[in-house]
Design a protein around this ligand. Sequence first.
Ligand code: SF4
Length: 264
Amino acid sequence: MSDELFQVTHTKIQSFTRCRKQYWFSYVSGLDWPPSRDTPAAIVGKGVHRAMRVLCETGYPEDAEHELDVYMRMPKHELTGPGTEYHRLAFELLANGVAAHESIVSEDRYAELNTWVRSASRGITVRAAIDRADRLDAGHWLIIDWKTGRFDLDEIVDAQLDIGHLALRTSRKLQNDTRVTAIGWNLRSGVQRVRELTRDDAKKTVDYLANLAARLRTTEEFPATPGPQCTFCDWRDRCEEANDLERVELTWLDDDWERGAEPF
Ligand code: SF4
């Protein structure tokens, strides 16, 4: 991978869109990243994703349950330990995940594909992580991004699936006419966000990402956009704008905004 290529990820794009100051902190400033906030919702999400990876690897629910059990019992995860509502929630989500797994009939499957797509002509490298990929048959693949929150924003799920599709198509060298069904599958609500994607869609995705990368590369102003997103921002302690808002007690956390701020 050449250092000259601009690295694009779903998270990077979302950060730029959400709050340019957050983007600056994370990708421009050169500051060391603060540790991620271990909120109960984040612990549940990570634990369930780990368990779903194990389930995909072995196919045995008991392996997945053991993975989740040990993770939730770790001393640093006492907020979500046995007896808490979050612990019960995690195992409910895993039970839904087991049912989802058993509903998929495929020739072969891959857990947590972590890969990149390099396009020297466009000057970008696209990094993507896919929770699960299944070869349904020779001409049809399935990719899944597991969701564990209360709800998902459709356009963000779509963008994530499109990048995952691009990564799968490239890393597995899929034939031009191979179809890919991409699903954002919420293990809490059961909602499935489904996209049917083709090779042409992948080309359009990489063109879009290259155009967006050109904009990210040349942006020089990074104003803060304080709002619900600050709740989960790892940089919040160092962000004057967010802390100023807290001091003057603006009541921006009304019902509608809370919904966007706290997806878990
Ligand atoms: S705390 Fe809020 S305003 Fe500050 S960088 Fe993070 S998201 Fe942006």
